[in-house]
Design a protein around this ligand. Structure first.
Ligand code: SF4
Length: 158
């Protein structure tokens, strides 16, 4: 992701956050919205959001991940709050927020699609676990990734 795209996507996050703050929906902090199957929904995200989430928030488990829930929720709390995708920012159970929630979602997705068009990135939109399972494997902490090219050391003799 280029810096321009990152800035544009973060601006979409900021606009969504501001639109939500203007309404001030109630959050009961039940954490149920992050248990997707139990709560009857699926968290879809774009490749932009996946890249920001994976770059910014540490996954505590290696997977594989299912559509059932979010691995970033630990002890009922979101461990990816700053980097969470749009769906997490916009979704509230508050019944009085449902209509505005749909509008903010549609506005935000339209803005992301415009970014994809303007920067020619293509558009990829899928459930969260799809991106988590597709990410490159993280090497174990006690091993080193061999370099792609090996530079021979010059042998200097006395
Ligand atoms: S990223 Fe955070 S808010 Fe979003 S589903 Fe996961 S735990 Fe919940």
């Amino acid at each position: 992701m280029t810096d321009d795209v990152r800035r544009a996507v973060l601006a979409v996050y900021a606009a969504a956050d501001a639109a939500i703050a203007a309404v001030g929906p109630r959050c009961d902090a039940s954490g149920r919205c992050c248990h997707f199957t139990e709560y009857g929904h699926t968290l879809f995200i774009s490749a932009f959001e996946a890249e920001l989430l994976l770059a910014g928030a540490l996954l505590c488990t290696e997977g594989p991940f299912s559509r059932d829930g979010c691995p970033y929720q630990v002890n009922g709390l979101c461990t990816a709050r700053e980097h969470r995708p749009l769906g997490c920012r916009i979704y509230f159970c508050d019944p009085s927020f449902q209509d505005r929630m749909v509008e903010i979602t549609e506005e935000s997705l339209a803005a992301l699609k415009r970014i994809a068009d303007e920067h020619g990135t293509g558009w990829h939109y899928a459930p969260l676990h799809h991106f988590l399972n597709a990410r490159p494997p993280v090497p174990p902490a006690d091993t080193m990734t061999p370099p792609e090219t090996r530079v021979p050391l010059t042998i200097v003799s006395d």
